[in-house]
Design a protein around this ligand. Sequence first.
Ligand code: FE2
Length: 177
Amino acid sequence: MNPTREECLRLMSKYGMLENIVSHSLKVAKVALFISSELNNKGQGIDLGLVEAASLLHDLTKTECLKTKEDHAQTGSQLLKEMGYERIAEIVAQHIWLGRAGNPSRATEEEIVNYADKRVMHDRIVSLEERFSDLKERYGLNQEAMDYLGRLQKEVYGIENKIFCILQFDPNNLQHL
Ligand SMILES: [Fe+2]
């Protein structure tokens, strides 16, 4: 069973999520749910409750990880697994790097949350181009960091192509949400 939206909001407050990360997560959930229901209109069978919960909880341990420097995709996933939320844990583990391609004609909840997170900069919907130029400005401090971001960018453009190939509309349409 997926936690309800209210249960997710309670968990976010219980784990001391910073206000700006809450706003970011709410917007990611909005984008991810929009993409999911459009995909379902194309017969994709996406679990909307799962997408909403995973979007709201994807940065559950990020606030703490800002101090500990741990990988919040891993610690968040671990915590959710311990709570018994196996599927959410899998999605959270893959919200930064997807790491596997899967069936090109079938979108997954992992891909949707991963992609929605990349389209929301702080609490604003932006293009991948804008999101990655900001990431490169903030984190691309040396060649190694730039290469890392370049590989990530390539992976996310792959997800965008897959999703919008199924949806048959332009990724810029999300801007109006
Ligand atoms: Fe994150």
